[in-house]
Design a binder for this molecule. Sequence first.
Ligand SMILES: Cc1cc2nc3c(=O)[nH]c(=O)nc-3n(C[C@H](O)[C@H](O)[C@H](O)COP(=O)(O)OP(=O)(O)OC[C@H]3O[C@@H](n4cnc5c(N)ncnc54)[C@H](O)[C@@H]3O)c2cc1C
Length: 500
Amino acid sequence: MNKYDFAIIGGGIGGLIMAQILNKKGQKVILLEKEKQLGGAIQGFSRMGVNFDTGAHYIGGIEKGQNLYQYFKYLGIVDELNIEKLDVNAFDKITFESNGKTYCYGQGYDNFVNVMSNYFPENRGEIQKYVDEIRKVGEAYPMYSLDISKGVEIKLEEKHLYQSVGEFLDGITQNQELKNVLAASNLVYAGNSETTPYYVHALILNSYLSSSYRFVGGASQLAYRLLEKIEAGNCEVRTNAEVSHFTFGEGKEIKTAVLNNGEEIIADNYISNVHPSVTLDMIPKDKIRKAYRMRIQSLENTYSVFSIYIVLKPNSFKNHRYNSYYFSDDDIWSEENIEPTWPKTFMMITQSSTKNSTYAEGITAISPMDYSFVEEWAGTKHKSRPQSYYDFCQQMGNKFLDLLEKNHPGLRNKIKYYEVSTPLSYEHYTNSPRGSLYGIIRNSKDPIRTHIAPYTKVPNLFFVGQNIDIHGILGITVGAFMTAGLFFDVKKLLNEVKKS
Ligand SMILES: Cc1cc2nc3c(=O)[nH]c(=O)nc-3n(C[C@H](O)[C@H](O)[C@H](O)COP(=O)(O)OP(=O)(O)OC[C@H]3O[C@@H](n4cnc5c(N)ncnc54)[C@H](O)[C@@H]3O)c2cc1C
């Protein structure tokens, strides 16, 4: 029987990056993915020849010399990605129904200040302070700034760890309209004004302000480029390979990972890209301390979304080189939504295609949706759920189209075909509890408890993916290097990234 140095459970972007780091370090690796397709939340699909993204609509820090660029260069994929820059003066457009205004986010720190100051000329100093402060957080994280001259430890001020994004913005300005605009893209971190740590907002916005790009032809290309690299090395990739549980010997270490078909995989180390609480369910009760299991499994997860995927009639809708955020009221903290008033907000993108850059072929839009909306169909089989579920999908799809139509009058007439997905779809495809978008909620009121370390109480079990450090393509990449830092000299590793 083959024995591996590492078995990676889950072929989302976290598992794939981890595999490529280990591959570059000459390790013998097996990656086990339960689905037919790799990529987890970034896997794509196509309808009528139009590609759709299920996650990862835009990435930041990807310009030459910036952090994600350097990491992807080290991983050997940066030159092979098909990406395009979003509008320099408007990578995000924020529209409020209440005042009928649209505000744009500019790329580049100075440009962001300039563009935003057009709407709020009297608050220019505060906008500058906002940008300076979020840059400081980026600089405090050597793994984000890639400045390791003073070591690799995070130098975040304690107040930033315990400060919520709402408290931070209160400290920047008293102008409520400006606060709403600055926090309007909080769907990218499933934000809560009172509990989302300020550093989460800062690291993500810092990355998009430095540069904002999207994938041409879908984010799933990331998974395919990584797959090519790891398969060319000493790494075996298995799809349709769901791990059901781990076995243990006499000691505290995992002996094998067992697949659904009973096959056992033997490795020295096991790295799980699966949600931590789902991973712990794969471990026999007596093999892990109850307190540790309870701590992880009691943590709350971020909300899920309802998505709509629209195939457009040819040449009917202009391609947007920006992301649209829309709010039907001034409550930009979109977590709260109940059925009668749903949907109140959305994020919408036109799918970038290799075939036509003037007109869009497809649109993807998402709106936060609590799992309780679909709970009655939990446990039913994907693609053959009861008719009542499909009726619900149709009803919600129609409501969603009504809201999209408000922001884009005439859209309905441009639609050739559409379909939707719900929190149950995300749960099915990623195994993320209740279809949670970004996994475990980081909480500024309890930052230590809600922070998940890459190591566990089982000596040869580790985590990688969005529950470590921060979610999103950049956050997961940095997190994968943190996990790798448990096996290799992290300073040396980061130097290699920097010099690659
Ligand atoms: C709608 C949406 C929009 C987003 N937009 C952006 C964006 O614009 N920019 C950005 O940077 N990020 C974005 N994100 C976030 C980003 O896509 C995710 O953080 C990231 O893809 C998660 O990757 P992961 O590897 O941690 O987990 P996942 O992608 O969830 O991967 C986990 C993998 O493990 C597999 N698995 C689960 N259980 C088992 C098992 N028992 N055995 C074997 N395999 C198993 C799953 O099938 C899956 O492939 C978005 C996410 C969503 C959902």
